[in-house]
Every structure is written in structure tokens, then in C-alpha cells.
Design a protein. Structure first.
Length: 421
């Protein structure tokens, strides 16, 4: 420890007696060390400031390649490196089509369900997309088209461009200068699939392809290079309106064929959201005297509902206000109450004069009493039954000379009759 202190003190003493040396002062007056000596000449490096009036030194040339070295991008220490290459200025691909692109542009006639095979962005996007479409047509026998993504920015429709344009316009027409703004993003759309299932099968086939057109197309994401068309996905023809995607309709008794010329298909849209049949609900409705399963028509009219009580909970949702009221919930007797009401309605003179039958439907949350059977919601008898039901009051019980009755409350819409299977 003494030798270290002695060496430090000797160094400070020598520095203090050296000519031209000035001790740097720190807070409190304690010396910290000599101040740096100004450099007479700027260092030969490009990132140092050059005093005014002096010319910067010439940039060093690349170091000569040693014997046996093939890397020409080796520079000396301190050399000025060349400016980076703009990634958008790519070299033209090895093959660009010279044919007109109009025969390959997407039209209304394609689809309606398609597969987006690949998206090109940047320089030569349109030519690359056309080359891929030509290869898919010639080599794989797959109908392929070119579509400009910016024709529908943010998935919003543009005036004068399908699908918002007139029906006689088959494909978009964009004139300069807007044309120059949409050709830097192009997608290759493949397939003329009538259903989604056909489009999924085509996507499986396309995802296995590695076209020669993509051999020299490198992505900024290196893990995508050499993968071909494995990122293809199913979509629809963006030039078609939504109501044209489902021109047919399921042939069922509950959903008859639409008139000729109709294009809306709510049955197909709804078919993907059908809830599975609850086996408990099926057991609750089978074997009852007025079961809804005895209704042969697809629609009926709800005239009364038996359900449980409900209340707004406080901050703690596990605590229900007025717990004693819920000890005797009407849901416990909803099944019997609905059956008794349907039995009384079957004997009512108004119901018998209309020639209709009452039905009961039970589920996990309520029991419904229904009247009539209708082929469609537009059946004129629906309004007739609704008006008649508003005049009916059914006796529930007698207590002395007091008679308790309940009025019917017909719904504004018809009820779709469920099927047990």
C-alpha cells in the first residue's frame, strides 16, 4: 500500500513540475490531473471536426487484397465506407414478361372464392405478379390473375371501381396519375372456386408450390426465402359485392328455393352459426301433451313466457339483492304452469274458432307457450292470431269470489320451431 501511494504522489509531483502542464481542478479545489494538450493537427479520421480553412484529408483507399483473399469489401481502419444501397432500388429480376398485362387482370367473372397466392411490393411488383400468374397458368393449370391492392385501400370501396361501380363494369379502370400510385403493390389471385371447400383444397395445393418466378425474389425476412407459396390464404374476389357470393340456397323444408333472380342467401350465411342441439332440452320437450315437436310448420307465435326472476347485483356479484325473494323462483314451476296454460288455451272459444293449436317449448331458462303454425313469417294468419291473442285472458285460479286471470302477450316476431334431430 505504501509503494502505491508513493508512486501516485511522485507522479503528481512530476506532472506539477513539468513545463506547460496545468492541473485540472475539480469541485473542492482538489487536483485531478493535467488538462489535455490541444492537438496541433486534426486526426486523420472523417468523424473529427476539421478547423475552418483546412481541406479534409483524402479518404483512404481500400486495403489491397492479400494473397489468397477473395473478399473485396475489406477497408482499412478509419476508411470512409460507401453509402448503403437503397433497399427499394432492387436490380431487375432475371425474367420480366413483355406481354400486355390486361389479359391477366382480375375481373368480376373470377371467383367468387379464391386463393391469394403471393403479394409483391416495391419495384417491378406488377411485372413480378404477372410472371407468377403466367407460370401458374402454364405450368400448374391454375387460373391466376393480378390485382392491385391499393384499388381498395383499407378494405374500403371506391366510387367507380367494382363492386360499387355499375354492373356492366367488369374490372377496375384507373387512369393516370392515379395509375402510377397503385402499381407498387400487386397480389396474385388464383382459382375460380364456387365454394369455400373448393378454395381450401386449392390452397392446400398452392402452398406446396415453389415457382421459378420466386427464385430470385428475396424477402427482407430471411426465414421466408425459399418457402415458395406456403403463405397463401383463402379469400374472396374483391370486385364482387357480398350478396353475389352466395347465389344459391339450401334445399330444405324450412328454407325453400328463392325466386329466380334473387342473390341474397341468408340461409347459407346462417348455417355456419347453428347451435348444437342440447340433449337435455330434447328430453324436456319429448312426451309432453303440447310439445312443440308436434308442430309440423316451421314457425309459430309466442303468446306467453314463464321464466325466473332477475335482479341487478351489487359490487359483489356473488351476493344477490333480496335473497328471500329468490327462494321461491317461478322457474321451478314454469314447466307445469306452461302446460296448464296450453291446456286451457286448447279449450278457449277464441282459439277453437281460429282452428289453431297451442304448443309448449321448454329450455334451460324459460318455458314458452305458442299458438298456431305458419309456413313463413309473412303468413297473413300471423297478424290475425296476434290480434286475437291480445283479447284473450285465461283464468289461472279462484280464491273465494276472486278470479285470477292472466292476459296473453304475443311477440312481435314469429318463433322458429326447433327440431329434435
Amino acid at each position: 500500500m505504501k509503494s502505491v501511494l508513493f508512486s501516485t504522489s511522485m507522479a503528481l509531483a512530476l506532472a506539477a513540475t513539468a513545463p506547460g502542464a496545468v492541473l485540472a481542478q475539480v469541485r473542492g479545489g482538489a487536483p485531478r490531473g493535467p488538462a489535455p494538450t490541444p492537438v496541433a493537427e486534426p486526426l486523420n479520421r472523417p468523424f473529427f471536426q476539421v478547423p475552418p480553412g483546412q481541406q479534409p484529408p483524402p479518404a483512404p483507399s481500400p486495403a489491397p487484397a492479400e494473397e489468397g483473399t477473395t473478399d473485396t469489401q475489406v477497408y482499412q481502419n478509419g476508411a470512409v465506407l460507401p453509402a448503403p444501397v437503397d433497399p427499394g432500388q432492387e436490380a431487375p429480376p432475371s425474367f420480366l414478361p413483355t406481354e400486355p398485362i390486361e389479359p391477366y387482370l382480375l375481373t368480376r367473372q373470377a371467383g367468387p372464392f379464391m386463393v391469394a397466392a403471393h403479394i409483391f411490393r416495391g419495384d417491378y411488383a406488377v411485372q413480378r405478379a404477372q410472371a407468377l400468374a403466367m407460370e401458374l397458368r402454364s405450368q400448374n393449370r391454375i387460373p391466376a390473375y393480378v390485382y392491385f391492392l391499393k384499388l381498395k385501400p383499407g378494405n374500403s370501396n371506391m366510387r367507380g371501381i367494382p363492386p360499387t361501380s355499375d354492373r356492366d363494369i367488369d374490372q377496375p379502370y384507373v387512369s393516370p396519375p392515379e395509375l402510377d400510385r397503385v402499381t407498387d403493390e400487386a397480389v396474385v389471385m388464383a382459382g375460380n372456386c364456387a365454394t369455400i371447400d373448393q378454395a381450401n383444397e386449392l390452397r392446400t395445393e398452392i402452398k406446396k408450390l415453389k415457382p421459378r418466378t420466386l427464385a430470385d425474389h428475396h424477402s427482407i425476412f430471411p426465414w421466408r426465402n425459399g418457402k415458395g407459396l406456403d403463405r397463401a390464404f383463402v379469400t374472396t374476389n374483391p370486385l364482387l359485392p357480398a350478396q353475389d357470393l352466395y347465389p344459391g340456397r339450401a334445399k330444405t323444408a324450412a328454407a325453400p328455393q328463392l325466386p329466380p333472380g334473387s342473390v341474397v342467401d341468408p340461409e347459407v350465411l346462417r348455417s355456419g352459426f347453428v347451435k348444437p342441439i342440447d340433449p337435455l332440452v330434447v328430453r324436456m320437450n319429448k312426451g309432453t301433451p303440447n310439445s312443440i315437436y308436434k308442430c309440423k310448420a316451421p314457425y309459430s307465435l309466442v303468446v306467453y313466457e314463464f321464466s325466473g326472476r332477475s335482479a341487478l347485483s351489487g359490487p359483489d356479484e356473488t351476493v344477490i339483492n333480496f335473497p328471500k325473494v329468490f327462494d321461491k323462483s317461478p322457474l321451478r314451476t314454469a314447466h307445469e304452469d306452461a302446460e296448464q296454460l296450453a291446456a286451457r288455451l286448447a279449450k278457449h272459444e277464441v282459439v277453437r274458432s281460429l282452428g289453431i293449436q297451442p304448443y309448449v317449448y321448454h329450455d334451460r331458462t324459460s318455458s314458452l307457450v305458442l299458438l298456431g303454425d305458419f309456413a313463413s313469417p309473412q303468413d297473413p294468419r300471423v297478424e290475425q292470431v296476434r290480434q286475437a291473442a291480445q283479447t284473450i285472458q285465461v283464468e289461472t285460479k279462484r280464491q273465494g269470489n276472486t278470479v285470477f286471470t292472466i292476459p296473453l302477450a304475443p311477440a312481435s316476431n314469429v318463433f322458429e320451431v326447433p327440431q329434435p334431430e
